[in-house]
Design a protein around this ligand. Structure first.
Ligand SMILES: [Zn+2]
Length: 245
């Protein structure tokens, strides 16, 4: 049977005879995979409709439990890509990689679709803010995965006043009142405030990930945590090369 979805393209992978195997994130936040036969042929109408993070009207044909269904329809509704904007387009690749690894077949998490479609719209509206959108997305993905405790209270002593000085995978955020840390290794001041901006602002107002020392520390910490969790997505290696230059 054919089922129709509003979905976001995650990752297209070349398949035999010029076909593509494409993963999608449905509006319910489930990952589904479809085979688009002949998609790479010059005559195919829909070849550009399988670019990462494109919002599409998708038709999938196949049995309910089938691992790979056949793509019968894929109409592009919105694309976040900006011609010639390398940084923004690399961020598109990173987000597609992240969500391709986080979303699961048979598991619905509508937060994932809301987050990714908001990021895609923000990238198109302001490609120069791509790195802020990426850091925002990474923060919320870690939250959805349950890997990011709330930063309001210290995870060790429960204090809300003293500045946060470190983050550990076992204990979460820890504050200066209970955890003595060499000042050279402690977070710079303002980490809790930067985290609060990430939690409370909409993606279009996502804080500058390099705005000050606290922002840089949070951005690096969360990105490293996510990359480790997801097994070092390759798109990040490419992004890193571009940014280091
Ligand atoms: Zn504490």
């Amino acid at each position: 049977m054919i089922r129709n979805h509003t979905a976001i393209v995650l990752r297209p992978t070349p398949f035999q005879d010029g076909g593509l195997v494409v993963s999608f994130l449905t509006e319910h936040g489930e990952r589904l995979v479809g085979l688009a036969k002949g998609a790479k042929k010059a005559s195919a109408r829909w070849v550009s409709n399988f670019e990462p993070l494109g919002l599409v009207n998708l038709g999938l044909f196949g049995k309910e439990q089938a691992e790979v269904r056949r793509v019968t329809r894929c109409e592009l509704l919105h694309s976040p890509l900006t011609l010639g904007h390398l940084e923004s387009n690399l961020v598109v690749a990173c987000l597609a990689d992240v969500f391709d690894r986080v979303a699961r077949e048979g598991v619905e998490d509508p937060r994932l679709f809301r987050l990714l479609s908001a990021c895609a719209r923000a990238l198109k509206a302001a490609p120069d803010r791509a790195l802020a959108v990426l850091a925002y997305g990474e923060h919320w993905v870690l939250h959805c995965l349950g890997l990011l405790p709330h930063p309001r209270l210290c995870g060790h002593c429960g204090g809300a006043e003293a500045p946060l000085v470190l983050f550990s995978e076992e204990h979460g955020w820890r504050c200066a009142a209970c955890t003595p840390v060499d000042p050279r290794e402690a977070f710079p001041p303002g980490v809790r405030e930067h985290l609060r901006r990430l939690r409370t602002l909409p993606v279009d107002e996502a804080p500058d990930p390099e705005g000050d020392a606290a922002a840089r520390a949070v951005t690096r910490l969360l990105r490293e945590r996510l990359r480790r969790e997801l097994g070092e997505p390759r798109s990040y290696v490419i992004l890193e090369r571009l940014l280091v230059r």
